[in-house]
Design a protein around this ligand. Structure first.
Ligand code: NAI
Length: 775
């Protein structure tokens, strides 16, 4: 018998990692845990059991935090926050570095504990979760070190409530805790109820590493504890989990002034072109959908394969599935471990049962395990092609052309991630930017790194984690916000204007349009004289404007250079009519308008300058060396303009947003709308394509719900002096559109707060494209 024969006939022998260190640690805690608040563990209270899903064995009992516990944790975090921030970036960096070292020194204990509690293969917890968690703390130690240099004028949010899921218990903790601490925040974190043990071990190590008390607080419990955190007086909520809960949190925090980031589910396409290296693509699919049993928010769960190679590729995938080993997660040779909990297993099984597709399943042991599954021949609209399964189930369909591949890839309510496989650089780099997702891997899958922003579009949530883009979500501009007072229109009794009757209209799709309901409202000067009539827009006009804005999608595809030309042209034309606009402003507001017009022209020129200059960057990721973090337009943005500074406010909001390629619905100052209705004449003469800017006038409070709830608007902003923040944030929960609201606070439109900077960031999405670079 040759050596080759021996290898080929050798029986597979399990190679189990020893659980002894982890069980010794659990025993030392009496297998019963309290909460970690203000630097110490509380006495364990009434709670629930946490089990090893692979065996059903009870590992420990955990405490269900009460309302009082959450309040104490938030107070501890609040008390600690100023001292923590006052340590300065370099001071905090030392602590983050110490935590990174702690994770590395105890990597084996953490990895085994994670595998026992979650059921994921030790190979993954040891080689992926732990190194990435440590990398997060190292990278963010650097972010803390450089904060004062790299982020001047930014200060911490304060106290952050963080709620994380069960699929990457320690890694998600690292994603949340490291950037928050780096930026000078303190945290109250709730791990998922099925997988809290590594968070509790982390808490112990925070204590051992000398982290000041109250900086990290860990409260355990189910979703009701999550709800308590959401309601508590924290400054920011960072959530990762299901879209359904994300929506509930959006609604619950509406109008509270709390910052929010949501990292939700996905149904990410895995696109294989016929010129792909099929063997690599089949292997990549194992990482895409069978990594962590498919319980991955960015799992490549939707295979789109080009028709010509579909049969061959599916055969290769099936052959590979047959060799996947499913079983004891502690076995170092296991590819797929247990599903996190019998309830999750039942959820997966229920979704798959009764499918019309062709089901192929690999072998799998009994118990809380689910076989690697491929379901082919599904139509794009099939629920299994649309809904997140969150298990080891791949669904597949075919396409013919790259255009069809992009259309199918984007035919989803989600927008988290995608993989594109082609050996042709032209195909891969043509298709990747066209996919509506926050993260795209070219010839790869599920690559994650602390330096690369991660996060979604659409119902996959908003906000980014990782890289500098993730840090801004944990900071705010320095300074004390000033409350905004309501601006009222002047009133009067005249019914006919003194001058020539020129009734302005709405501006929709590049044309003047009468309001759908035919209504207008008299606008009076400070002395009560009627100076004009302004149309009163309604829901129907918003719908028309959205349609027009969607029709102008070409603007988003135009190059920044071309958009800059249009913005310069608007600036020139406004400048040519400066005296006329200054007079209108003075007539409406009673204040000299000369400076406002001059500043508006400046803003247009500044936005034009940024149009081809507000770039993304290249993230220095260890896996690939160069990952593109590109900036793409949000899409269609609805904005309620400030009431004060009726021209400058509108221009300051509009110019950066269109510079970045967005199309806009602008609701003009409610009290002083006539500068806006004159401004559309400037747009008309400046080569602005119809539908790029749509201008409506009318009562802000009446229009806000329609704008917030509209399913085809991508973002809604409010700088109105009317109290719109709550209605906009609540209404946005349906489609999870982005919101930017003033929470009743003022901006200095004439100063740096009116400059393009913040608007450019809010007007763009970061799209992270992992390209093969030296790979
Ligand atoms: P979930 O969204 O209910 O749980 C995530 C976290 O939120 C947990 O810590 C949970 O205790 C907490 N939570 C639950 N309800 C809450 C509420 N009302 N307010 C505040 N916090 C709350 O996810 P679940 O039930 O564990 O899984 C359900 C489905 O969600 C999965 O089948 C999967 O489709 C999806 N999911 C997606 C994840 C992702 O990373 N995108 C992660 C986990 C689940």
């Amino acid at each position: 018998m040759s050596v080759k024969d021996i290898f080929e006939t050798m029986d597979y022998g399990p190679a189990s990692e020893s659980p002894s260190e982890a069980t010794a640690w659990l025993d030392a805690q009496g297998r019963s845990f309290g909460l970690f608040i203000d630097g110490a563990f509380t006495t364990p209270g009434a709670g629930f059991e946490t089990r090893n899903p692979a065996t059903g064995e009870v590992l420990a009992t955990l405490t269900q935090a009460t309302e009082g516990d959450v309040a104490t944790a938030v107070t501890a975090a609040r008390t600690a926050q100023q001292g923590w921030a006052a340590l300065g970036g370099p001071g905090r960096a030392r602590h983050l570095y110490a935590l990174a070292r702690m994770l590395q020194k105890h990597a084996r204990l953490f990895a085994v504990l994670e595998t026992l509690d979650n059921g994921k293969p030790i190979r993954e917890s040891r080689d992926i979760d732990l190194p990435l968690a440590a990398r997060h703390f190292y990278h963010h130690a650097g972010a803390a070190q450089l904060m004062e240099v790299e982020m001047p004028g930014r200060v911490p949010m304060g106290v952050c409530g963080q709620i994380i899921p069960w699929n990457f218990p320690l890694l998600m903790l690292a994603w949340k805790v490291a950037p928050a601490l780096a930026m000078g925040n303190t945290v109250v974190l709730k791990p998922a109820e099925w997988t809290s043990l590594t968070a509790l071990l982390f808490a112990e190590l925070c204590h051992k590493a000398g982290l000041p008390k109250g900086v990290v607080n860990i409260v355990t419990g189910d979703g009701t504890v999550g709800e308590m955190i959401v309601k508590s007086p924290v400054d920011k909520i960072a959530f990762t989990g299901s879209t359904e809960v994300g929506r509930a949190i959006r609604a619950a925090t509406a109008g509270s002034g709390k910052a929010l980031s949501l990292e939700l589910g996905g149904k990410s396409p895995y696109i294989v072109f016929e010129d792909a290296d099929l063997a690599s693509a089949a292997e990549g699919l194992v990482d895409a959908i069978w990594f962590n049993g498919g319980q991955v928010c960015c799992a490549g769960s939707r295979l789109l394969v080009q028709e010509g190679v579909a049969d061959r590729f599916l055969e290769m995938v099936k052959a590979r599935m047959d060799t996947l080993r499913v079983g004891n997660p502690l076995d170092k040779c296991i590819d797929m471990g247990a599903i996190v909990d019998p309830k999750q297993r039942a959820r997966i099984a229920a979704m798959v049962s009764g499918t019309d597709g062709d089901v192929y399943q690999a072998p799998c042991p009994d118990g809380c395990f689910y076989p690697p599954t491929l379901i082919s021949n599904l139509s794009p609209a099939d629920p299994l092609m649309q809904d997140e399964i969150f298990g080891p189930v791949l669904v597949s369909t075919t396409f013919r052309t790259p255009t069809e591949a992009v259309a199918l890839a984007n035919d989803t309510s989600y927008g988290l991630a995608a993989s594109v496989w082609s050996e042709n650089i032209n195909t891969a780099l043509d298709v990747a930017p066209k996919i509506a997702a926050g993260v795209i891997w070219v010839n790869g899958a599920n690559m994650l790194d602390a330096a690369a922003p991660f996060g979604g579009l659409r119902e996959s949530g908003f906000g980014r984690e990782g890289g500098p883009e993730g840090l801004s979500a944990y900071t705010r501009p320095a300074g004390t916000p000033r409350p905004l007072t309501r601006t009222s229109a002047f009133t009067g009794t005249e019914t006919a204007p003194a001058a020539v009757d020129r009734t302005p209209k709405l501006y929709i799709g590049g044309k003047q349009a009468r309001p759908d309901n035919g209504q207008t409202r008299g606008i009076h000067d400070p002395k009560g004289r009627l100076i004009g009539e302004a149309p009163v827009a309604s829901r129907k006009d918003i719908r028309n404007a959205v349609e027009a804005a969607h029709g102008a999608a070409g603007w988003s595809a135009a190059h920044g250079h071309n958009r800059a030309q249009v913005l310069y042209f608007i600036g020139e034309n406004l400048s040519a009519r400066a005296d006329e606009f200054a007079a209108t402003l003075e007539r409406m507001t009673g204040k000299n308008g000369t400076e406002e017009v001059a500043l508006s022209v400046d803003r247009l020129f500044a936005a034009a300058a940024w149009a081809d200059r507000f770039d993304g960057r290249i993230a220095n990721t260890p896996l690939r060396g160069a990952t593109l973090a590109t900036r793409t337009p949000c899409g269609v943005i609805g904005a309620f303009c400030p009431d004060e500074h009726p021209l400058l406010g509108l221009v300051s909001v509009m110019a950066p947003a269109i510079a970045m390629g967005n199309r806009m619905l602008l609701v003009a100052s409610e009290a002083f709308p006539l500068a806006a209705t004159d401004f559309y004449q400037v747009l008309d003469t400046s080569d602005v394509p119809g539908g790029v800017v749509n201008i409506l006038t009318g009562p802000h409070e009446a229009l806000a719900p329609s704008m917030a709830e509209h399913m085809d608007i991508d973002a809604v902003w409010s700088f109105s002096s009317a109290p719109l923040s709550e209605v906009i944030e609540r209404g946005s929960a349906g489609s999870l559109k982005r919101t930017w609201v003033n929470d009743g606070m003022d901006r200095d439109w004439t100063g740096p707060e009116g400059a393009p900077d913040a608007f450019l960031e809010a007007a763009t999405e970061v799209k992270t494209i992992w390209i093969p670079w030296g790979a």
